[in-house]
Structure formats: structure tokens, C-alpha cells
Unconditional design. Structure first.
Length: 364
């Protein structure tokens, strides 16, 4: 009979403080139905002292039945957690044939088992320490590494050192003390063996541990590897298409700007000629009278137009933007600078036209 308390923490490398209690009958109970603690007859008068206790044969950290029960339970927990994780990432297609092969051949092994109690012969609960070794099918670690690398390629949160991190780095740098090499994942594992009054013994194992979460993580990456590749291919294709479109729009924006710049430059030349012609029509006395005013106007025009040319295009109302300015989102620094020059020229032309009108009427 298995008793447990759930904990939903994800892989973080730390050992969990919550435990799952696995109450199991001894081998004799499970296989033969016989009581581990035999019923004793009422002792006759000479037999009252002492009462000899029966020895529980499987009250041991290393008893094969206990070890097998823990290993079997870990495999079941792995399958349950893996199924949950795959359902949570259902947008990624799973290689079902590979998944079946992995689950069939994956092996959990407890090794280097030791009893941590100082006086185990007097204890009613044995604290067991071990190394949990998970054996992967050949090639699984490499496939999972490749899958993890694919995930890193388009990970917005993966910057700096994490961008070059491998699956092995990720697992071994956590606090769980894991090692991954040669299709083996290893880590510390603890469980308890407790004497009970009715069942005989019970086994207590951690509900979650770094090794179990690591196995799930590795398998999940491996069986979704093809989906990661497909996603990255789509992302690359979309990025290339977007880059091509952006490049085309940038070329269009520059052409529109160049055409408008040519118009403004031609208009500037015309307005300067008109202003000079208007000035030349004045008599020497009129020129002398207007000379200071004209000099002040030149300075004001230049200063005003320099200030106005610095106005950012996105600060200009939509209905006031010129056609070429509607493509400002495709400008680079050079086009932005060119726009500033063009805004100066536009202001220059407008102020010059206004000055010509003023001069034509100043003596009328």
C-alpha cells in the first residue's frame, strides 16, 4: 500500500522535504500470505520469561525486495510525471515510437546503498542513503543534447553564458549534485525502511528528487527533438522572409526620400534666384534702407529652420507628414539624417517664398 503527500515543485536541484510513504508487505506476505509476525500461544508458566521476538528478514536498506520496490516505484513515478510534462507541452509533437522504446529500456538502479543509522540493530526506522543511477538507451543523451541546443537557439531569455549552455551543464550546475555521462544520469537518493505493527515494514521515498526530474527532462527533450527542429526551421524561414520584406521596404523608403529631396533642392535653387531677382529690382537707396532688415531675416531664417529640422518625424502629426515620411519605420541612421536636411530645405523654401512676397510689397 502506497501513501504519499504531493509536492508540485519543478526541477530545481534541491532535495525535497516532503516524502512519499510506501507501505509494502514483506516478500513472505506478498507471495505466500503468511504472517511475518507469527501468532504465539499463551506461554506456560515456565515460558513467561523472556518473550523472544521474531526477526523481520527484510528490515534492511539493501534487501533485494525493498530495493526492487523502490526502483519499480521510481519508474512508475517517472512515467506519470513524463506524461504530465508532455501534456503541458502538447504544441510540440512527440515521437511516439521513440518514447515507447525509451520507456521500455530505461532502467532505474540503486547502488552504493548504506544504512545511515548509528545503531541500526536497535532502530525501528532505517535511514538509507544510495546513489540512483538511470540507464538510458544508447544515443538518448546525444539526442537530448541536440534537442536542448535547438531550444537555446531561439530562446529570448537565454543570454550570456546560458546561450552556450549544454544539457549536461544545465543538469550538473543545479544543486541536485547530478552527473550526466555515457548515457547514465547519477545522483544521491534517500529512502527509509520502517517497522510497522501491522504491515511488517513500510518504505518511505522522496516524492520528488533531482534525478527523477532530470530523467523526465532528458526524455522530454529527446522525444520532442524533431518538433524543435521544425519550429526553428519555421522561425528561420519567417525571419528570412521578414528580413527580405524589410530590405525591400527600406529600398522603397530611400527611393521615395531621394525623389522628394530632388524636388526640394530644385525648388530651393528657384527660390534663391527669385529672391535675388527681387532684391536686384530695388534701387540703391531702397537696398540701403533694407540691408539690415535683410541681414536679420537671413539669420532668423537659418536659425528657425535648423530648429524645426530637428523635430522627430514621429512627433509630426500623421496628416502633416509628407509621403516619404510615412515610411520612417524603415529608416536607418543615414536616412534619418537625410530627412533632417530635407526638413531644413523645406523650411528654407517656405521662408524664402514668404520673404519674396514681403519684399515685393514693402514699398507699395
Amino acid at each position: 500500500m502506497f501513501k504519499y503527500r504531493q509536492n508540485n515543485d519543478k526541477l530545481n536541484g534541491s532535495y525535497m522535504k516532503k516524502y512519499m510513504v510506501v507501505s509494502v508487505l514483506s516478500t513472505a506476505l506478498l507471495l505466500t500470505g503468511c504472517d511475518f509476525f507469527k501468532q504465539k500461544k499463551e506461554p506456560t508458566e515456565p515460558e513467561k520469561n523472556p518473550v523472544k521476538k521474531e526477526v523481520v528478514a527484510d528490515f534492511s536498506c539493501t534487501h533485494p525486495d525493498n530495493v526492487q520496490q523502490v526502483q519499480q516505484y521510481l519508474k512508475e513515478q517517472y512515467l506519470t510525471e513524463l506524461d504530465r510534462r508532455l501534456r503541458q507541452s502538447e504544441n510540440y509533437e512527440v515521437d511516439q515510437d521513440l518514447l515507447d522504446k525509451i520507456n521500455k529500456n530505461l532502467k532505474f538502479e540503486l547502488s552504493s546503498i548504506r544504512t545511515a543509522n548509528e545503531q541500526p540493530d536497535q532502530a525501528t526506522q532505517l535511514n538509507c542513503e544510495s546513489q540512483l543511477v538511470v540507464h538510458f538507451p544508447p544515443g538518448l543523451q546525444e539526442r537530448a543534447e541536440n534537442a536542448y541546443a535547438e531550444v537555446q537557439k531561439n530562446c529570448e531569455e537565454c543570454e550570456g553564458e546560458r546561450s552556450t549552455q549544454t544539457l549536461k551543464d544545465y543538469l550538473e550546475e543545479n544543486e541536485g549534485g547530478l552527473t550526466l555521462a555515457n548515457n547514465l544520469l547519477k545522483g544521491k537518493f534517500y529512502y527509509d525502511v520502517t517497522k510497522t505493527d501491522q504491515e511488517g515494514i513500510s518504505l518511505s521515498v522522496q516524492n520528488e528528487n533531482a534525478v527523477l526530474d532530470g530523467v523526465v527532462f532528458i526524455t522530454k527533450n529527446a522525444v520532442q527533438y524533431a518538433a524543435y527542429l521544425k519550429e526553428n526551421e519555421n522561425i528561420t524561414s519567417q525571419a528570412n522572409a521578414s528580413e527580405k520584406q524589410y530590405s525591400e521596404q527600406t529600398v522603397l523608403a530611400k527611393r521615395a526620400m531621394d525623389i522628394r529631396k530632388k524636388e526640394l533642392d530644385e525648388d530651393r535653387t528657384k527660390q534663391v534666384e527669385r529672391l535675388n531677382m527681387t532684391w536686384d529690382n530695388f534701387s540703391p537707396e531702397q537696398k540701403t534702407q533694407l540691408q539690415q532688415d535683410q541681414a536679420d531675416w537671413f539669420e532668423k531664417r537659418d536659425v528657425d529652420c535648423k530648429v524645426l529640422s530637428q523635430k522627430r518625424v514621429y512627433d509630426i502629426a500623421e496628416n502633416e507628414r509628407e509621403t516619404y515620411q510615412k515610411h520612417y519605420s524603415y529608416w536607418d541612421d543615414a536616412l534619418t539624417e537625410q530627412n533632417q536636411e530635407m526638413q531644413y530645405t523645406r523650411c528654407f523654401n517656405q521662408r524664402t517664398t514668404e520673404r519674396i512676397v514681403y519684399l515685393n510689397n514693402v514699398f507699395n
